[in-house]
Ligand binder design. Structure first.
Ligand SMILES: Nc1nc2c(ncn2[C@@H]2O[C@H](COP(=O)(O)OP(=O)(O)OP(=O)(O)O)[C@@H](O)[C@H]2O)c(=O)[nH]1
Length: 224
């Protein structure tokens, strides 16, 4: 059996930095991992790239040849990857041994892991190839010092978890930039009542019922 992490999260949340730090850490402790670039628009890497979607298709070529914009072009590239699972991906996977560990650095377009089925089908394919896959979801800690951003971050992460149906871990990135760690503390293990009163302070009374449902959902979900 092979092992894989799918590193996902919003644009700029720190996915590539996480992959690079994980690679350095594994080098230090003498473990071998292989990092795969799944972002057809990526340009620079701080880690050695073992497998690269840009060998299959690049966003630049799609935009130039098909006249597409960056977002439509990215979806096109990912759908092309989906169509190439049985040939391109399988060919690439043949280079790896049974107990190899692959880390997939994914693009940051949120729709890829919330409602477009591409990554889900990608994961299903890996599973059929006998890979044990988990999802690592990065969220910029700078965005959770406010209750509404926190709820929105949790909802996006929850949506990815439901879409991918994988063992799922949430990681708060860029903690070094949070000057007052206490601002984040209360969100690490929040309770519904406290979230609800913060939400109600910021929003009009007509959102009361919705706020209650969201606060209870996030209380149930949180595993930061
Ligand atoms: N201070 C600090 N900066 C970080 C950290 N992680 C990432 N960054 C910075 O945040 C920016 C975005 O990081 P990336 O790792 O490229 O984020 P990404 O999620 O891969 O970005 P996309 O692939 O464009 O979605 C870069 O300028 C990083 O140097 C962190 O832990 N601390």
């Amino acid at each position: 059996m092979g092992y894989a992490q799918l590193v996902i999260g919003p644009a700029g949340s720190g996915k590539s930095t996480y992959c690079s730090s994980l690679y350095d850490h594994c080098q230090t402790v003498g473990r071998n991992i292989h990092i795969v670039n799944l972002d057809p628009a990526a340009e620079h890497f701080n880690y050695p790239v073992d497998m690269d979607i840009r060998e299959l298709i690049s966003l630049e070529d799609v935009m130039e040849e098909l006249g597409m914009g960056p977002n439509g072009g990215l979806i096109y590239c990912m759908e092309h990857l989906e169509d190439s699972l049985d040939d391109w991906l399988d060919e690439q996977l043949e280079n790896y041994l049974d107990d190899d560990y692959l880390v997939f650095d994914c693009p940051g377009q949120i729709e890829l892991f919330t409602h477009v089925p591409v990554l889900r089908n990608f994961v299903e394919h890996l599973k059929r190839k006998n890979f044990n896959v988990c999802a690592v979801y990065l969220l910029d800690s700078q965005f959770i010092t406010d209750v509404t951003k926190y709820i929105s971050g949790c909802m996006a992460s929850l949506s990815a978890m439901i879409q991918l149906e994988l063992p799922h871990i949430n990681i708060l990135s860029k903690m070094d930039l949070v000057s007052n760690k206490k601002d984040v503390d209360e969100y690490l293990d929040p309770n519904a009542q406290s979230l609800l009163s913060q939400l109600n302070r910021q929003m009009g009374p007509r959102f009361g019922k919705l706020n209650k449902c969201l606060a209870e959902l996030v209380d149930d979900y949180t595993a930061w």
